[in-house]
Ligand binder design. Structure first.
Ligand SMILES: [Zn+2]
Length: 306
């Protein structure tokens, strides 16, 4: 059984004049529903305001929750923050936090949204409003659930917001493997950054991932991995620049799962980037990632079936 966190508020109506494709989260839900009893569904509650304020500037939190984000921040985010978008922004980080708790119980769990790794303290950016990865990680260590977290970000874009929001913390380490020439132009400093040249293929990507992530995890020795499983390194992605095949993405998920399983470290995944005209194909890639990760973890589960 694969534990999946989802909330109806993830599926927000598209704000007027938004070029961001809003259908993805609903399609991910629909494809996972087709898996039937294999999926155990969980619904988060909205993240309390003071948890949001532990990572984001309280003025920015107020701007989002009251749906009055100023125009320059709206431009950086890439879509207007309407009341449904604000509710979604409050729900998604709670989903990543809930997935982490489920992973600690079951080995693996997935949030059907999240991976909002460009959001910064006082503004969103790059289709990200609040940074669910940083919010969940900070909350998990501050509530005493775990002592050390590794955030592993395999989105094709650098996890700049996550790096900035967790900089200087000894209890949260960040790893980002990304296309060096891609957005954001100005990179932040993760604990470990692996910038790839354009056009890297499956073997080049997986080889670099293995040779950099293994020592990182050995070094950090995390109690939990938060995994941003962006599918935009795919060759056909509109905003990609890398050349992974579908098989390469599946091999990536198995490698990530293996590294966690061998260390006995629970892993919670989020979605992430995935861009193009065919929203169903993109949703399929996200669901494939969740199912591949969940399948890899399945044999190691212990205790009574749940
Ligand atoms: Zn991306």
């Amino acid at each position: 059984m694969i534990h999946v966190v989802h909330h109806p508020a993830y599926v927000s109506p598209a704000p007027a004049r938004s070029t961001y494709r809003w259908g993805k989260n609903g399609l991910i839900r629909d494809l996972l529903l087709e898996e039937g009893a294999r999926i155990a569904w969980h619904q988060p509650e909205a993240m309390p305001r003071h948890w949001l304020e532990a990572v984001h500037d309280p003025d920015y939190v107020a701007e989002v929750l009251e749906a009055r984000v100023p125009p320059e921040k709206t431009r950086r985010i890439g879509f207007p923050v309407t009341p449904p978008v604000a509710l979604r922004a409050q729900m998604v980080p709670a989903g990543t936090w809930a997935a982490a708790h489920l992973a600690l119980l079951h080995g693996f769990a997935a949030n059907t949204a999240g991976g909002s790794h460009h959001a910064l303290a006082a503004t969103g950016a790059g289709y990200c409003v609040f940074n669910d990865l940083a919010l969940a990680a900070v909350r998990l260590v501050e509530e005493g659930t775990v002592a050390r977290i590794a955030i592993v970000d395999c989105d094709v874009h650098q996890g700049d917001g996550t790096a900035a929001l967790t900089a200087g913390r000894s209890d949260i380490a960040t790893y980002s493997i990304h296309a060096e020439k891609n957005f954001p132009v100005r990179k932040a400093r993760s604990t470990l950054d692996v910038g790839l040249p354009d056009g890297v293929d499956d073997d080049g990507y997986l080889d670099t991932l293995a040779t950099t992530l293994v020592p990182f995890l050995d070094d950090v020795a995390p109690d939990l991995i938060l995994y941003q499983a962006g599918v935009d390194p795919f060759a056909g992605d509109r905003l990609g620049r890398l050349s992974l095949s579908l098989d390469g993405l599946a091999r990536r998920e198995r490698l990530i799962a293996d590294l966690a399983i061998r260390r006995g470290v629970p892993l919670a995944s989020t979605v992430g980037g995935g861009y193009g005209d065919d929203a169903l194909a993109i949703a399929r890639r996200h669901v494939d990632a969740i199912l591949t990760l969940g399948t890899a973890f399945a044999p190691i589960r212990t205790g009574t079936p749940s």
